[in-house]
Design a binder for this molecule. Structure first.
Ligand SMILES: C[S@@+](CC[C@H](N)C(=O)[O-])C[C@H]1O[C@@H](n2cnc3c(N)ncnc32)[C@H](O)[C@@H]1O
Length: 363
């Protein structure tokens, strides 16, 4: 999917902090790709709680945990969750099965051995079944379905968008705006020459970063060589002038040189990680950033009204395929960044479901 992310300096209009009326966004124009500045902002609303009742250590959360722990029920829920995901995606015009088929029938397989680093040691949490895939992220099926799953997540976050492309523009635009506005305030004298996208998956967010900062050298890093093979396969087809570099490594110990990046991003990664891995990722980002550099983490917002009001069926299905959600919601992320040494730590809702948390390495 070709996205138009305006380069840094040509900012998208930020999402309204005050909810607008439930205007429908304007339809995509021209070649079918929405023009970013013409898109209506979504409603950004916080709920009354610190985190959803279905997450953390509440009785409701424990009840859902007990249901999921009951193996026969879990197996059913896993299949149910997968079917719901595919059905809702296809209903909102994300052709899940066709997209996956196209990848599975392509030459993507040739990329695996080029990208895989056999010395990578996978952390325990990564080797468990995950997202209803028995091999977690270490499979071709998960890699082939990742783009449709990403589009579907975006559609759910921005339900009023007129197309998947428009939803992506809004969701990724809000995130990139938050990063750039934050940088203007706290790192205005620091150029963005080197960007690292940790947990890049098949590179949807990495691609947006490369479009936003067209002169920067962009690196995408992930633990799944299958996801990276898809990222590299797609990148080759694009034939970009300034191609993204893809690295197979653990984001907690990348082996990359210290102080070699100006922006490190973790998008939609840490809700999939136990808290100890999240801390490891934040520490590694601190080591990799130059003084004045920015860490940007975007993920589910515990304060999101939409997430706090999610229906029991939906949150139970979601929890059945996301084993670390409770840990994610219990971790005070802002405090964790500060404890590692980041300063000017800020958090804001950047779409109705997600927050972007930013911090700077002191100069
Ligand atoms: C939901 S996907 C990320 C989506 C992507 N960043 C985006 O913006 O569309 C989460 C990714 O985190 C990766 N991941 C999880 N733990 C990791 C770790 N310790 N190091 C590197 N990648 C990791 C997974 O392999 C997966 O590709």
């Amino acid at each position: 999917m070709a996205l138009r992310i305006p380069p840094s300096g040509a900012l998208l209009r930020p999402p309204n902090p005050v909810p607008p009326t439930s205007r429908r966004p304007r339809r995509a124009r021209g070649n079918g790709v929405a023009v970013a500045h013409a898109i209506a902002s979504p409603k950004l609303e916080e709920g009354n709680l610190d985190r959803p009742r279905w997450a953390g250590e509440t009785p409701l959360s424990r009840l859902v945990g007990a249901l999921i722990a009951f193996k026969p029920l879990y197996s059913l829920m896993k299949v149910g969750a997968r079917n719901v995901l595919i059905k809702t995606a296809e209903k909102s015009n994300v052709p899940w099965r066709d997209m996956a088929k196209k990848i599975l029938e392509s030459d993507v397989y040739e990329e695996l051995e080029k990208i895989r680093d056999p010395s990578v040691v996978y952390p325990d949490y990564y080797l468990n079944p995950f997202h209803a895939y028995d091999d977690g992220n270490l499979s071709w099926l998960a890699a082939a379905e990742a783009e449709a799953a990403t589009m579907s997540m975006t559609r759910r976050a921005i339900p009023d968008a007129s197309s998947a492309e428009e939803a992506t523009q809004i969701l990724r635009g809000g995130w990139l705006n938050a990063i750039e506005e934050y940088r203007q305030q706290y790192s205005a004298n620091t150029a963005v020459n080197d960007i690292l996208d940790i947990g890049c998956s098949i590179g949807v967010g990495t691609d947006c970063l490369a479009e936003k900062y067209p002169t920067a050298k962009v690196t995408g890093l992930d633990l799944s060589p299958y996801f990276l093979a898809v990222a590299q396969y797609k990148e080759k087809k694009k034939g970009r002038r300034n191609p993204i570099r893809w690295i197979h490594a653990n984001g907690e110990s990348t082996g990359l040189p210290s102080k070699s990046f100006d922006l490190v991003s973790l998008s939609y990664v840490i809700h999939e990680c136990p808290a100890r891995a999240t801390i490891g990722l934040v520490k590694e980002a601190f080591r990799l950033l130059r003084p004045g550099g920015t860490l940007a983490i975007t993920d589910n917002s515990p304060k999101s009204k939409v997430l706090q009001e999610l229906s029991p069926v939906l949150f139970t299905l979601m929890k059945s395929t996301e084993p670390f959600l409770d840990e994610y919601y219990l971790l005070d992320l802002e405090e964790a960044l500060q404890a590692v040494g980041f300063v000017n730590v800020k958090s804001r809702l950047t779409d109705p479901r997600h927050r972007t948390v930013t911090g700077t390495v002191p100069i």
